[in-house]
Write a new protein. Structure first.
Length: 436
């Protein structure tokens, strides 16, 4: 983003414009989550594409600081509206496939980034395009994705505002059949975890052919939706496993987004005389490795992730990620910085895929959008705090880019310390129970 606005100072962009995107993302996320459910996903997916078109149009044809600030507002919309895409996908599959869908979805995202970064690197290296002209390709991709979204099948019901209702009473002993005579997908789903059993019995998917969107008046549906939201929130986050994984998800995601947003500025500061010729190659390598480890993480045997093992794994991954970013920050060699960043991203890609799948396995399928939406909201709140603390020119410290990345590196080291403390508490609790 720095290159199209090359007439502006890099520090000016980092401290005055970039934080607006973070604030915009946070401000819109909760609203868009509710509107997504109300409008049943597809319209917000289209809004996501339209916001992308606006963002890359402005990147292509504007150069002023004020234009960049407006762009960042739409970029917040673009990021927040992604929740519709993920909610739509999980509304279309059975819970038993969540782990594979999680890994495949993340692998698809990483693969797309790999293709884009590789193409950009080749075009720049052979001087077929400059950085500004690359925005034309991004704009074309956004237009294509928006057109594709127009043809996605609609979802007749949603989790909260358009609940399914039975239109016919079924005998308790009957087995619902699909038109071709096979059993419904509801019969194939795994038993729900105990903490969600009561909620699940009312909210699981009804048989095909006997469901219809609720005809309850909107005001009543609105009240019921918020009651159900609170019920799902309470039952999900009182599950110890969900809480354990969600804390890491929110904290780690905040640091990851912050690093991803400013790493190009770090590389520019390490060697100001070196053009960003290999940045695209690094991003391509990171996304390819991310796709591979995401797929591997999706097939990780869940028996490995016992309470103690999972706490230890999260602690070690956090320490390693913090160390990798410390290496990427405290060096005058751009290649070493690239290497540290790549290690960090691969560790994060593996961990976040496993964490996402473990959360999904411990909640009702109806709670998926709420839980991950809330976790993302927590992450953005923390990212906003980080941005205001160390990045924003009107914030508390307004550090330079090296100071910022030192803070981000220490952030992951502290996260590792938190999970080490959790592990110690778990061990002590087990010892006390054993000798009581």
């Amino acid at each position: 983003m720095l290159n199209p606005f090359r007439i502006l100072l890099s520090l000016q962009i980092i401290q005055e414009a970039f934080p607006i995107g973070t604030y915009s993302y946070l401000a819109q996320l909760a609203i868009i989550f509710l509107v997504t459910d109300l409008l049943r996903y597809k319209p917000i997916i289209i809004v996501n594409g339209a916001a992308g078109i606006i963002v890359w149009s402005m990147l292509t044809w504007t150069t002023s600081l004020n234009a960049l600030k407006v762009l960042e507002i739409f970029y917040g919309t673009y990021c927040a509206a992604e929740v519709a895409y993920f909610s739509y996908i999980y509304a279309k599959v059975d819970r038993e496939h969540y782990q594979k869908v999680t890994s495949h979805t993340r692998a698809a995202i990483y693969s797309g980034r790999f293709f884009a970064a590789s193409l950009a690197q080749l075009l720049v290296y052979f001087e077929a395009m400059d950085y500004r002209q690359l925005n034309y390709l991004s704009l074309a991709a956004q237009i294509s994705a928006t057109v594709w979204a127009l043809f996605l099948p609609s979802v007749p019901t949603s989790m909260y505002f358009h609940r399914r209702t039975l239109t016919d009473e079924l005998p308790e002993t009957s087995t619902p059949q699909l038109p071709n005579g096979s059993a419904t997908t509801a019969d194939k789903q795994e038993p729900m975890v105990d903490v969600m059993a009561d909620d699940r019995s009312d909210d699981s998917k009804p048989p095909v052919g006997v469901i219809a969107p609720s005809q309850t008046p909107f005001r009543s549906r609105l009240k019921e939706a918020f009651v159900l939201l609170w019920t799902h929130f309470r039952t999900s986050f009182t599950n110890r496993s969900v809480l354990q994984w969600s804390v890491w998800y929110g904290l780690a995601m905040a640091g990851y987004i912050q690093i991803l947003a400013y790493v190009q500025a770090l590389w520019s500061s390490i060697d100001e005389t070196q053009p960003a010729v290999w940045n695209g190659a690094v991003e391509a390598a990171v996304t390819l490795l991310g796709a591979i480890v995401s797929l591997l993480a999706g097939y990780l045997h869940s028996g490995f992730l016992k309470p103690r093992t999972s706490l230890l794994s999260l602690a070690l991954l956090s320490f390693a990620a913090g160390g990798a970013m410390m290496l990427a920050t405290n060096t005058g060699n751009l290649i070493v910085s690239y290497l540290g960043y790549m290690i960090f991203c691969v560790l994060y890609a593996f961990a976040i895929t496993v964490v996402s799948a473990e959360i999904a396995k411990n909640i009702s399928d109806d709670c998926f959008g709420l839980v991950f939406g809330f976790n993302t909201l927590v992450a953005l709140s923390l990212q906003t705090l980080l941005t205001f603390s160390v990045t924003d020119s009107d914030g508390w410290f307004a550090l330079d880019v090296f100071g910022q990345f030192t803070v981000f590196s220490c952030y992951f080291l502290v996260l590792g310390g938190i999970y080490t403390a959790f592990l110690a508490a778990e061990i002590v609790a087990n010892v006390i129970r054993r000798y009581r």
